[in-house]
Design a protein around this ligand. Structure first.
Ligand SMILES: NC(=O)C1=CN([C@@H]2O[C@H](COP(=O)(O)OP(=O)(O)OC[C@H]3O[C@@H](n4cnc5c(N)ncnc54)[C@H](O)[C@@H]3O)[C@@H](O)[C@H]2O)C=CC1
Ligand SMILES: O=C([O-])CC(=O)C(=O)O
Length: 330
């Protein structure tokens, strides 16, 4: 039996946390032979609910679950963790833009960054899910200078998976047949879902679909707006698909992407594809040996370049707003 890995889930009493904890404990994130110890963090008003989640995890008799720590103390929660999935925060409600939740969430990410830096295992891999995901990840990075920037990422895999799902539905293929779509930029409605380099059943998506109007119009807006639509339909955010995509993100990062396949991850920008530097931007990446690298050399036409510019500008604005919020709070 392998040594258990300590996995932190913040906001664990919430919607996504409730869907995510059992998936991690079933091996969907770290593999079917990797035992885990879950560190579940939430805030004091959610402490009772968190205990209920722990009871259910025990009741499920999950073979890979080697222990569950529930706590409302961030320093206890971050102790020795090798994987940190940051879901805690205030979710967007119907009618709100992600910017509206900024002030509430960036201060959480500043203080939790310091705790991770102090207490997490060396080499901790961090995935920020809570919105505004890219900017929360950036604030976390800025406030945890000893954690390498490459170890701090945000979730755009849900958008990536939504794009795979839309293409598969359109052509009537299995989702596994669809490869190499890209989500560029922000996990917001300015993101650009790009199929120019994607294939379905080995054929370019554009040729398989033969409907440029749909690809440039409805496809893009469906993926961009899917989060808001699910909130409207369920009255709550996409918990099932966010949890599943968070597992995909971590699994591929740790275990690698299949040769020739790329996925989308929000990572610290080095300026590739003219994206602004010093922000967290979603790029196409390949993963190997526990490291991600941005896929280089893709041809970008003027239309796509314009979309990348717009989402990059939004992230630069978000960063300024976040820094302003933190300054006002200090
Ligand atoms: N990146 C992505 O693809 C997606 C991101 N989200 C975001 O994920 C976040 C969580 O969403 P839900 O689970 O639906 O929300 P939720 O409200 O059900 O759960 C959030 C949990 O975080 C807890 N929390 C608040 N402050 C905290 C703190 N300082 N430390 C620890 N826990 C804290 C709350 O008590 C609550 O239990 C939201 O920000 C949402 O907008 C949601 C869907 C997709
Ligand atoms: O839109 C939201 O606030 C929730 C979210 O991030 C998503 O479902 O992509």
């Amino acid at each position: 039996m392998k040594k258990p890995v300590k996995v932190l889930i913040t906001g664990a009493a919430g919607q996504i946390g409730y869907a995510l904890a059992p998936q991690v404990a079933r091996g969907a994130m770290l593999g079917p032979d990797q035992p885990v110890i879950l560190h579940l963090l939430d805030i004091p008003p959610a402490a009772q609910s968190l205990e209920g989640v722990k009871m259910e995890l025990i009741d499920a008799a999950l073979p890979l679950l080697a222990g569950v720590l529930t706590t409302t103390d961030v320093d206890e929660a971050t102790q020795g963790v090798e994987v940190a999935v940051m879901v805690g925060g205030f979710p967007r409600k119907a009618g709100m833009e992600r910017k509206d939740v900024m002030a509430k969430n960036v201060s959480i990410y500043k203080s939790q960054a310091s705790s991770l830096e102090k207490n997490a295992a060396q080499g901790v891999k961090v995935l920020v899910v809570a919105n505004p995901a890219n900017t929360n990840a950036l604030i976390l990075k800025e406030n945890a200078p000893s954690i390498p920037a490459e170890n701090i990422t945000c979730l755009t895999r849900l958008d990536h998976n939504r794009a795979l799902g839309q293409v598969a539905e359109k052509v009537g293929a299995r989702v596994t047949e669809v490869k190499n779509v890209i989500i560029w930029g922000n996990h917001s409605s300015s993101q650009f879902p790009d199929v120019a380099h994607g294939t379905v059943g080995g054929k370019p998506i554009k040729e398989a679909i033969e409907d440029d109007e749909w690809l440039k119009g409805e496809f893009v807006s469906t993926v961009q707006q899917r989060g808001a639509v699910i909130i409207k339909m369920r009255g709550m955010s996409s918990a099932l698909s966010a949890a599943s995509s968070a597992c995909d993100h971590m699994r591929d990062w740790i275990h690698g992407t299949p040769s020739g396949t790329f996925v989308s991850m929000g990572v610290f920008s080095d300026g590739s594809y003219n994206a602004p530097k010093d922000i967290v931007f979603s790029f196409p990446v390949e993963c190997k040996g526990g490291r991600w690298s941005i896929v280089q050399g893709l041809q970008i036409d003027d239309y796509t370049a314009g979309k990348l510019k717009a989402t990059g500008e939004e992230l630069v604005e978000e960063k300024a707003l976040a820094l302003q919020c933190l300054e006002e709070q200090s």
